[in-house]
Design a binder for this molecule. Structure first.
Ligand code: PLP
Length: 384
């Protein structure tokens, strides 16, 4: 989607805007169906499930503009976007290569639901491109990764993923939720499809669930065809809230980049903390790659304290600012132990295989003052 404005800050505010009766903000078109005006086919009728109301169109244009895609499509949740996109490109008999450490819901969909549809998969180590060819099969059709893994914040070799996909004619898909379009724009690096849980940074206010895919017109229309049948459409009111939230995305994410870096540095220097995972830290194993690819490392970090689960839970209960809740990307800081929340669907063996232990704590920082956040952790760590 080409617009005359290059800056993401400008695109977030102006791309896709339509003036209705002079209103500065696009109103909610709370109408399931629209007057027939000689549309050519069923898919051209305006109907909420067909994802083509004015609220959907405006979002599609804005999302495509900010990641430099030809087209975009919003959906009812991040999982709707992920499952619909995978189903659109994989049929019975096909094979998928997927990164070994993924968001728990995606991991469960690949391991538990895709096999029911006759799709097989192999997990790959995102940091070991030389090992990928060994997993390739004649029926491999797609490769699926995340820009930063949840909750360990590993940065896979994203450039190698694109090279590998092109060499073997695979559709390359990346869940870009953790970076957000402010920090990384996958299509500019050659990915075919970028996916987001818009529930997180894009909406930014922890009040809706939504998802999207962004990519070439041919890819997005293939997913739209499946979505129209599977039915995971985003309601117009949720479209309106997402649209509103997106306007401040750049400001929010830059503050979250700064807050997460400050908190990571503070925790790394604290004697009660054993290990901190944040790609913005020089000690992170993929720090160089993150610096080359990303404009910032986002608002999520994870860490382990000395001691065990007892100390981790004590810390969480002593903190005054972060709310103990799953999710990320909102204006307020949230904290969890992933084995009890985002990754509770994985078995103990799977936790061990992907390197998530019981005492790991994940913090999704908001846009509070970094001084207040660090001070809160300091008081909560005192004596632990
Ligand atoms: N992808 C990532 C990286 C996530 O963290 C999540 C949810 O936490 C999802 C996808 C799923 O998004 P949703 O909850 O909007 O379905």
């Amino acid at each position: 989607m080409s617009t005359p404005f290059k800056g993401i800050e400008t695109q977030l505010i102006h791309a896709g805007e339509v003036r209705v009766e002079g209103a500065v903000c696009l109103p909610v078109f709370q109408s399931s169906t629209f007057e027939y005006s000689g549309q050519g086919s069923y898919h051209d009728l305006k109907y909420i499930r067909l994802n083509n109301t004015p609220n959907h169109h405006a979002l599609h244009t804005k999302l495509a503009a900010i990641e430099g895609g030809e087209a975009a499509l919003v959906m009812a949740s991040g999982m709707a976007a992920i499952s619909t996109a995978l189903i659109a490109f994989l049929k019975a008999g096909d094979h998928l290569l997927a990164q070994s450490c993924l968001y728990g819901g995606t991991h469960s969909f690949i391991t538990q639901d895709l096999p029911d549809l006759g799709v097989t998969f192999d997990f790959i180590d995102g940091n070991d491109p030389d090992s990928w060819a060994g997993k390739l099969r004649p029926e491999t059709r797609a490769i699926y990764v995340e820009t930063m893994t949840n909750p360990l914040l590993e940065v896979p070799d994203l450039r190698a993923v694109v090279r590998f996909a092109r060499a073997h004619d695979l559709v390359s898909m990346v869940d870009n939720t953790f970076a957000s379009p402010v920090n990384f724009r996958p299509l500019a690096h050659g990915f075919d499809l970028s996916l987001h849980s818009c529930t997180k940074y894009l909406n930014g206010h922890s009040d809706i669930v939504a998802g999207c895919v962004i990519g070439k017109e041919t890819h997005v229309s293939r997913i739209l065809h499946k979505l129209n049948h599977l039915g995971g459409s985003l309601d117009p009111h949720a479209c309106f809230l997402l649209h509103r939230g997106m306007k401040t995305l750049a400001l929010r994410v830059r503050q979250q980049n700064e807050n997460a870096l400050r908190l990571s540095q503070f925790l790394s220097a604290h004697p009660a903390v054993e290990r901190v995972n944040y790609p913005g830290l020089e000690t992170h194993p993929q720090h160089r790659r993150a610096r080359e690819l990303f404009e910032g490392c986002g608002g999520v970090l994870s860490f382990e304290m000395r001691g065990g689960v007892k100390e981790a839970d004590a810390l969480i209960s002593r903190l005054k600012l972060p709310i103990s809740a799953p999710s990320l990307g909102g204006v307020e800081s949230l904290i969890t132990r992933p084995v009890t929340t985002s990754h509770s669907g994985l078995s103990r063996e799977e936790h061990a295989r992907v390197g998530i232990n019981d005492k790991l704590i994940r913090v999704a920082v908001g846009i509070e003052s970094p001084d207040d956040l660090c001070a809160d952790f300091e008081q909560a760590l005192e004596g632990l």
